[in-house]
Design a protein around this ligand. Structure first.
Ligand SMILES: *Cc1c(COP(=O)(O)O)cnc(C)c1O
Length: 856
């Protein structure tokens, strides 16, 4: 092979247009309609051809067009205006963080957010679905809020696959090559101006990793890439594909993300106080953090882990144990035997960190278990999902009631301005002021929705539905162009599919079987009647990718495509190929109804419905994920009442019937109930109510500010406190935990005395005096909390806890410690309590860090 000399050629932008480059490289354009319009106006066709990638567009645009634009005063004025708006955005000190938090927190506060995928824009195809889009929205909101946060992810050489369908509806995958140089990315350089690289030891080889930077408003996203000539081919391939390859490939990717990611931050002189592990994939971060700390201070692993865990948050997104990555001991041994030594652990000890029962040789290494052990903060992504998560984690908390397993929730959201259509954004800007998009988590901001005239809101909806129909027709034509000649009847018919005025239902998401895309196809006759009603027509748009290795998902797509070809429903039901952020936006902006039919409780949160809300869509969904807490009969519709079934077929039948009933009896009639001017007033009222009450809650500004105030800020303070004075408090805490752990088996409750005696009848308002005598085995009363766990008793005399009361220490009797409290009786009925002891320490988060409990 002859030597290849490679050069990187950039377009010659005329001087007055230089600002376009700055605009193109800051992804803030992805949520700024003005900037998008600016690029689009430069060359509409090219903008579409480049998949909305301004960097690529600038490299392909003709020099002629550039020269022309450089002489166009109106265009230049717009460039100046948009550039000024970006600079103002980047430099303003008037952000939520600056106003409310910056002076209450130490200057080194820094959050590093790790995720396997980020969905920021369609031209950066390093995401597969909801997890990635959520991570992208997290960064966008962190930028808007001014939070000191950086993202860390992987840069895949091949984008997530593009979906096409064979004529009979079977999904085909093609993997586009990403050309990083024509994407909104910049190589990160070191002080010498060379590419910054960090190393990772894999099977005794040093693998080089270079770093790319995507700038998301104020927030940098660092993306790791192993495709370097100095690496062996199999190592170059690590960052080849998102979720491609086998378990070993996954392990290598997760090592690059966690260990390589931490090393990259260190090379960049970024030292996070908090690491947010978004899903278990990123859990090796915690090991590397501990290793770094050991290297710096010479402390043991337990102490290093203490500091790392105090500054780590683990967010889980799956409701089933099968959703977590597990690796065999054999595989782990090959990759981690040497690393364990650097942590000061034997390999068996390291394996134990990923096992529920550390010494159970049959257990595999589970990334979620590793994450839970190394992050003192754990959360799920909706109220219901937190319940499911607690149930999954309960084995790690023997003796604890399920509701006390330490996993809370932060319900997901969406970045409103990214998903609101330009027309809707303009309307909201006008009536609510710009605050809806930067302070949108304040309910007061949304009150003024009521002031928008019904016709105006409705006109936006109609415009967007029309645009969606036009988009779908163009897509369909492009799809058919690959197969048919232009004068083929099927091709010509594509120009007339769908009806811009019909009630439009959208269903788009990954085609995982639990999402039940075909629930609506359960009773075809009933569905056909809905679709073909001449007075009140309904049309349905589907989109979504199935996992390349999951035929069950592909089969669902095939069924929908097959059905859509029936002559009687032609043009009323359509499957749009290649679901991505662009298709997603068109759909959520244009659909009147957003449908979601997961098998409860399999949808941890779901977010696409929230994107529809801000565009005046109404949500029809099973009460699962976010809808289980967001549902309000005045705002949308629920399929069922939150039941869970043991027989999936029966469930499908019942819920399909409920869905048809809803559509036939409520949704369709409301939509077609028009005033003299054609506006469906009652429908619009519902839309307004839904926007006013749900948008302030289900957005990522609310979500990120909740993460910040509940987790990032307290964890920053805890982590710094434990780290100070050469880890002084961390060391004390480790010693304390070891002492408590070793003495705990002997701790016992010797005696509980109540006054009056057990079985007595008391009146509401009376006081029950409880005295507890406990043997603490050498611990002091300050080391523990004694509590009365009280509530009502059910028919089986089981206690349903309603309150937990601390019982204060009152004195010593020989080797026993006495605790006493007077508990007011505030409710009537058969009531009871149990006494228990738990460890307590001011620096520890309990029971997360030390799940010990002693019941009477
Ligand atoms: C919002 C979004 C998702 C997630 O949708 P869910 O309903 O939460 O499953 C997936 N893919 C894309 C492209 C999205 O925009």
């Amino acid at each position: 092979m002859p030597k290849i000399r490679a050069f990187h050629i950039v377009p010659a932008l005329p001087e007055p247009l230089q600002k376009l480059r700055t605009l193109a490289y800051n992804l803030r354009w992805a949520w700024d309609h003005e900037t998008i319009e600016l690029f689009r106006s430069l060359d509409r066709n090219l903008w579409e051809q480049c998949e909305h990638n301004p960097v690529r567009m600038l490299s392909l645009i003709s020099q002629e067009r550039l020269t022309e634009a450089a002489a166009d005063d109106a265009f230049l004025a717009e460039v100046d205006h948009v550039h000024y708006s970006l600079q103002t955005y980047l430099t303003t000190t008037n952000t939520w963080y600056r106003r409310q938090w910056a002076d209450k927190l130490p200057p080194e506060t820094c959050i590093a957010y790790f995720c396997m995928e980020f969905g920021l824009t369609e031209c950066l195809p390093i995401y597969s679905g909801g997890l990635g889009v959520l991570a992208g929205d997290h960064l966008k909101s962190a930028s808007d809020l001014g939070l000191p946060l950086v993202g860390v992810g992987l840069l895949y050489q091949q984008g997530y696959f593009k979906q096409t369908l064979s004529p009979d509806g079977w999904q085909q995958e093609t993997y586009p090559e990403n050309d990083f140089y024509s994407m909104p990315l910049q190589a990160v350089l070191n002080e010498k101006g060379e590419p910054l690289k960090v190393c990772l030891d894999l099977l005794g080889r040093q693998v080089s990793i270079c770093v790319w930077r995507a700038q998301v408003g104020r927030v940098p996203l660092f993306l790791l890439d192993t495709n370097l000539p100095e690496n062996r081919p199999e190592d170059q391939d690590i960052t080849d594909q998102l979720y491609g390859g086998d378990a070993e490939m996954r392990l290598r990717q997760e090592m690059v993300l966690g260990i390589g990611g931490m090393r990259a931050l260190r090379a960049l002189k970024i030292r996070p106080t908090v690491c947010h592990l978004n899903e278990g994939h990123a859990a090796f971060t915690a090991l590397e953090r501990a290793r770094e700390l050991r290297e710096e201070t010479g402390c043991d692993y337990a102490t290093a882990r203490e500091v790392a865990a105090a500054g780590s948050l683990f967010t889980t997104h799956t409701p089933v144990p099968a959703g977590f990555d597990v690796f065999s001991a054999d595989l782990m041994n090959r990759y981690f035997a040497a690393y364990a030594q650097q942590l000061g652990l034997s390999f068996d000890e390291l394996m134990g960190l990923g096992r529920v029962n550390p010494w159970d040789q049959s257990e595999q290494f589970n990334m979620a278990v590793l994450a839970v052990r190394h992050a003192h903060q754990v959360n799920g992504v909706s109220q219901l999902h937190a319940r499911v998560t607690r149930r999954m984690m309960q084995a790690g908390y023997p003796g604890f009631p399920e509701e006390e397993v330490p996993a809370s929730y932060v319900t997901n959201g969406v970045h409103l301005r990214s998903f609101a259509s330009m027309e809707m954004a303009e309307l909201l800007d006008k009536y609510l002021g710009g605050r809806w998009s930067y302070d949108g988590h304040h309910e007061g901001v949304w009150e003024r929705i009521e002031e928008i005239p019904d016709e105006l809101l409705w006109r936006v909806k109609e415009t967007r539905r029309e645009k969606l129909v036009r988009f779908a027709r163009a897509r369909l034509r492009a799809q058919l162009e690959r197969r048919y000649f232009r004068d083929d009847p099927e091709f010509r018919a594509a120009a007339e599919v769908l009806d811009p005025h019909a009630l439009t239902i959208g269903f788009a998401r990954r085609f995982a079987p639990y999402k039940r895309a075909t629930l609506l196809l359960t009773d075809l006759d009933r569905l056909i009647r809905l679709l073909t009603n001449p007075q009140r027509p309904v049309q349905i748009l589907f989109a979504g990718k199935a996992h390349p290795r999951e035929d069950a998902g592909k089969e669902l797509i095939r069924q929908i495509v097959q059905f859509s070809k029936r002559p009687e429903v032609r043009g009323r039901i359509l499957f749009l190929e290649d679901y991505d952020l662009n298709v997603s936006r068109y759909m959520v902006q244009g659909c009147d109804v957003w449908l979601n039919t997961p098998r409860r409780p399999m949808e941890a949160s779901g977010t696409s419905g929230m994107k529809a809300l801000v565009n005046g869509g109404l949500h029809v969904s099973v009460l699962d994920g976010w809808w289980a807490e967001g549902y309000d009969p005045r705002a949308g519709w629920a399929i069922g009442r939150g039941e869970e079934y043991s027989d999936p077929q029966e469930q499908d039948r019942i819920e399909a019937t409920a869905l048809y009933n809803l559509l036939e009896n409520e949704v369709v009639p409301l939509f077609y109930d028009r005033g003299m001017d054609g506006v469906p007033r009652a429908w619009v009222a519902r839309v307004k109510y839904s926007m006013r009450t749900l948008c302030p809650r289900f957005n990522t500004h609310r979500m990120v500010s909740e993460y910040a105030t509940r987790y990032y800020f307290p964890a920053t303070l805890r982590c710094l406190k434990l780290r100070a004075n050469n880890l002084e408090r961390a060391r004390t805490l480790v010693d304390w935990k070891q002492r408590v752990r070793s003495l705990w088996p002997q701790v016992r409750i010797q005696e509980v005395i109540t006054s009056p005696e057990e079985g007595a009848t008391l009146q509401v308002g009376d006081k029950l005096k409880i005295t507890v005598k406990a043997f603490l085995a050498g611990l002091t009363p300050e080391d523990v909390r004694v509590q009365a766990y009280s509530g009502s008793l059910d028919a089986d005399r089981r206690l349903k806890a309603e309150s937990i009361v601390d019982i204060p220490f009152t004195g010593q009797e020989g080797e026993l410690f006495c605790f006493q409290v007077e508990m007011p009786c505030s409710a009537s009925g058969l009531r009871g309590f149990s006494v228990r002891i738990l460890p307590a320490h001011p620096d520890a988060q309990l029971p997360a860090e030390l799940p010990l409990i002693c019941w009477e």
